[in-house]
Design a protein around this ligand. Structure first.
Ligand code: HEC
Length: 115
């Protein structure tokens, strides 16, 4: 009985992990774009990981589209983005770390010329 429980817990968590990774690497971003973003990001923040960019992107796609559509990253300067992010982070209830991940994703995408 106990064994069955463990097996089903494992099964359910595998299912969620699979869903999650599918969502993060969704079709709108090609591997080539992701590599471009990462190479820009590495120059600015040498300790950055692929997972940080994935998290920033997922924060952007979920928390920042609750009240309005997705804003075009390329349509504003970095200075403008910084002030919008400062204004929007509390609206989206982002913590300090989430705000930093989002900022890095947006700045790196902009510099890489993506979105
Ligand atoms: C609770 C609702 C809400 C959430 C969540 C939200 N926004 Fe906004 N956003 C607004 C409203 C309302 C406006 C337009 C009025 C204004 O400028 O305050 C706006 C405007 C903007 C603008 C236009 C320029 C500007 O600075 O006003 C940008 C860019 C933006 N949001 C980005 C974001 C980002 C990035 C996030 C995620 C961190 C986010 N928004 C989350 C409500 C929201």
């Amino acid at each position: 009985m106990k064994r069955l429980l463990i097996i089903s817990i494992l099964g359910v968590s595998t299912f969620f992990v699979q869903c999650r990774s599918k969502k993060l690497t969704n079709s709108t971003m090609s591997n080539a774009d992701m590599r471009k973003i990462m190479s820009v990001a590495k120059k600015r923040w040498p300790d950055i990981k692929q997972a940080d960019i994935d998290s920033g992107r997922s924060i952007y796609k979920t928390k920042c589209t609750r009240c309005h559509g997705e804003k075009q990253i390329m349509s504003r300067t970095e200075v403008l983005w910084q002030s919008s992010i400062n204004k929007m982070a509390p609206k989206a209830k982002l913590g300090v770390e989430q705000k930093e991940l989002l900022t890095r994703y947006i700045f790196a995408s902009r510099e890489a010329g993506i979105n």
